[in-house]
Design a protein around this ligand. Structure first.
Ligand SMILES: O=C(O)CCC(=O)C(=O)O
Ligand SMILES: [Fe+2]
Length: 364
């Protein structure tokens, strides 16, 4: 197995707060043959289960008024709770178990290859694609306990084909298939978010243009002193949405910052974790907030995550949407910039909580 380095003496910031089962709230809504279950664990994770078949498409496109109301009801809840927690887990997302398992399998096989093989796909200094560690800018910097393999996926122009590995054999094929499904999911979630804000369903899709999609596989080896290292330093994602898949039977690794406390995100079977990224925070003028999160390691078990970042095309101008700005009640909080400029800014700085977003904030 590959090893990750980390400097001893890097103190974990705070102990995680366990979720209390008595804080669990569950609500169930039934509508015709479509079942939408909504479940929320206070202080931790919002989990929204959407039906995975034809019914879901009906739900998304809102073909009847009743279904529209159903969407609004659930989106209101979803919206309120994303706003409280900035993160949700989707189950019954419609992506076949095989697709999810296949990507995990090749990702695991990739990290298990000998170091010489992985080094054929190096993440060169100053770049963010390939195998290695991103966000390292000085020799003195404390390193996270994590090895990464990152690839630009869509549009094809952002790919570096030399970095797409020939081994494991089905790596590229599985990644293509998986990424298509995740793309569909992101489009659907953006529609839900638009509806929750009383925007036109297609509002995000129309402005995103040919959306950019990149994947990062994070491998966290077990660590004998998890109290001394960080798996991945605190940050928010620069994306619009991030979809995170955790390896089966994962220990808690992901934590989100809520009211100055690090709260563990309890992995749910077959769930995908959805993070709101900085770009949605800007576009919604702060109605949705990007979630600050980090990953911690554990003594016993490795952990693997497959993370997709979904964002507008680099050419797209990002600024709070007109509909969400009002000089009196909701003044504009972020300036305009090209998404490409923010992406560049994001990857040229180390991970430091939500500091990257200062780039966009209007400071009065
Ligand atoms: O691996 C995790 O749990 C977090 C990964 C993450 O936040 C990222 O890759 O941006
Ligand atoms: Fe992240």
């Amino acid at each position: 197995m590959a090893t990750a380095r980390a400097s001893v003496g890097f103190l974990l910031q705070r102990r995680s707060t366990p979720l209390r089962s008595d804080e669990a709230f569950r609500g169930v809504f039934w509508q015709a043959a479509v079942r939408v279950r909504f479940s929320l664990v206070l202080g931790g994770v919002v989990s929204s289960s959407m039906s995975s078949d034809q019914a879901n498409d009906n739900l998304v496109s809102g073909k009847t008024r009743i279904q529209d109301r159903q969407i609004n009801l659930n989106m209101y809840e979803l919206h309120m709770n994303i706003r409280m927690f900035f993160l949700l887990q989707v189950i019954n997302h419609g992506i076949e178990v095989g697709v999810v398992e296949d990507i995990e399998k090749v990702a695991k096989e990739f990290f298990e290859m000998p170091l010489e093989e992985k080094k054929k796909y190096p993440m060169e200094p100053g770049t963010v694609q390939g195998y290695g560690q991103a966000f390292i800018f000085s020799e003195d910097q404390k390193l996270d306990w994590c090895n990464m393999f990152a690839l630009g996926v869509h549009p094809p122009s952002i790919r570096n084909p030399k970095l797409w590995p020939s081994k494991p054999a089905r790596f590229s094929e599985n990644l293509e298939g998986y990424s298509k499904e995740i793309r569909k999911l992101c489009k659907r979630l953006l529609k839900y978010i638009a509806i929750s804000l009383d925007l036109k369903e297609e509002r995000f899709e129309e402005m995103f243009g040919e959306a950019v999609q990149a994947v990062r596989m994070n491998y966290y080896p077990p660590c004998s002193r998890p109290d001394l290292v960080m798996g991945l330093s605190p940050h928010s994602d620069g994306s619009a949405l991030t979809v995170l898949q955790q390896s089966k039977n994962s220990r808690v690794g992901l934590q989100i910052l809520k009211d100055n406390t690090w709260v563990p995100v309890q992995p749910l079977p077959n769930a995908l974790v959805i993070n709101i990224g900085d770009t949605i925070e800007v576009l919604t003028n702060g109605k949705y907030k990007s979630v600050e999160h980090r990953a911690v390691t554990n003594r016993e078990r490795e952990r693997l995550t497959i993370v997709t970042f979904y964002a507008p095309n680099y050419e797209v101008k990002i600024e709070p949407m007109d509909e969400l700005v009002d000089d009196e009640t909701n003044p504009c909080k972020y300036r305009s910039y090209n998404h490409g400029d923010y992406s560049y800014h994001y990857v040229s700085n180390k991970l430091q909580g939500k500091k990257s977003l200062d780039f966009a904030k209007i400071i009065n």
